[in-house]
Design a binder for this molecule. Structure first.
Ligand code: AMP
Length: 217
């Protein structure tokens, strides 16, 4: 299956991607994860994007489009893909379509996780992530069994620096201005599948599987 996951920060795209990866074995591509890895390794790209990521702004389109082109050209996503955090602008969506048309691997569905601001803030301020395997925890709703240690791989758990209230509000503004049009873009193509993402992750997953079943996906 070929999917893009859309929705505001904190809507649960990463959690859903983890579930779909296990359940349907669809490769997960997160531009945010790729950028954080570059920053951690202090590569030239990591240095270039740091200021955007840390402030909650968007990395320039041409930089992320190049990253996605590389991903698609090395065959990693031949058996399907799930793009998380990309496309985030209409320019990215159109360029993605152009790349996918050449590869004959068009998007099947754009899954829109619709979540409200208070829910997003509560989720993101409590979110904790494993540095090694990117597993997602929450200090209240889903704490790791041992504080600071990942249940999945034993890695170190940390809080993303951009998961503070001020930066979350900036990311939400950026989302409303730039990413909402992407939702309209996929809606116009008849590919949008909307799910209420204020619900807990299990309900979201069940509802989405029902949608896939009813559309034969
Ligand atoms: P995420 O992990 O998806 O929340 O992304 C974290 C940050 O990485 C965002 O706030 C942006 O600064 C940057 N980023 C990730 N994906 C994109 C994208 N498709 N376009 C521009 N910036 C991005």
């Amino acid at each position: 299956m070929r999917l893009v996951l859309l929705g505001p920060p904190g809507a649960g795209k990463g959690t859903l991607a983890g579930f779909l990866n296990k359940e349907l074995d669809i490769p997960h591509v997160s531009t945010g994860d790729i950028l954080r890895e570059e920053m951690k390794n202090n590569t030239p790209l990591g240095q270039e994007v740091k200021k955007y990521v840390e402030s909650g702004g968007l990395v320039p389109d041409e930089v992320v489009i190049k990253l996605i082109k590389n991903k698609f050209s090395n065959g990693e996503v031949d058996k399907g893909y799930m793009l998380d955090g990309f496309p985030r602008t209409e320019v990215q969506a159109k360029d993605l379509d152009a790349i996918l048309t050449i590869l004959d691997k068009p998007v099947d569905y754009a899954v829109y996780l619709d979540a409200s601001l208070p829910v997003v803030i509560e989720r993101l301020t409590g979110r904790r992530i494993c540095r090694s395997c990117s597993a997602i925890f929450h200090i209240k709703n889903n704490p790791p069994k041992k504080e600071g240690v990942c249940d999945e791989c034993g890695g170190e758990i940390y809080q993303r620096p951009d998961d503070n209230e001020e930066t979350i509000r900036t990311r939400m503004d950026v989302y409303l201005e730039n990413t909402k049009p992407v939702i309209d873009y996929y809606n116009a193509q008849g590919k949008l599948k909307k799910v209420d993402a204020d619900k807990d992750s299990q309900e979201v997953q069940e509802n989405l599987m029902k949608i896939f079943d009813s559309t034969g996906g």
